[in-house]
Every structure is written in structure tokens, then in C-alpha cells.
Write a protein of this length. Structure first.
Length: 93
């Protein structure tokens, strides 16, 4: 599964799956297994804000920290997303 970065944010890898690129841009957060079970899912809007689709096993604190990270780096992450997907940001037409 493609990772946005090789390092962890709040103890979680940020990644996407090749099977979910038909959806709008989003980010999964998972510890080491990189599976959707227990992972969080954040849909990313064109201004870097996120909508939490699923919190998974993450605490509210971890969710906020990851949202802050995504907000700061969403443009860079979007470039990686666009390498294999033709869908845009969440809420875009």
C-alpha cells in the first residue's frame, strides 16, 4: 500500500490503497499492518481541512494531531495521490 511518507505521524503511517482510489482524496492512518481494520480514514478537502470518515483505534488527540499534519502537508500529499488516481479532493466536482 502506498504511503504518503515513510515516517509515522503520532505513531501511525499515513497511506492509501490502490483499491480505494476511485473515491475522493483521503488518508488512512494505521500502525504497522496498513490494513483498513482499526485504521482511521480522513477525507481531504481542497483547503486541507479533513472530514473524519472513521476514527478507528485512534484517540481524539491523535486524530487532531493527524488532521493538523494533513492540513500542513495536503498539497504535497495530493501530488502523491494524483500519481495513481484521477479523483480530486473531497467535496470537489
Amino acid at each position: 500500500m502506498p504511503k504518503y511518507y515513510e515516517f509515522k505521524v503520532c505513531g501511525y503511517y499515513l497511506y492509501y490503497t490502490t483499491s480505494c482510489i476511485i473515491e475522493a482524496m483521503h488518508v488512512h492512518a494505521s500502525d504497522k499492518k496498513l490494513t483498513e481494520a482499526g485504521s482511521a480514514k480522513f477525507f481531504v478537502k481542497s483547503n486541507g481541512d479533513t472530514t473524519v470518515e472513521k476514527q478507528g483505534i485512534l484517540s481524539a488527540y491523535e486524530v487532531r494531531k493527524i488532521q493538523k499534519f494533513i492540513k500542513k502537508h495536503y498539497k504535497e500529499m495530493y501530488l502523491k495521490w494524483m500519481e495513481i488516481s484521477d479523483t480530486g479532493f473531497y467535496g470537489s466536482k
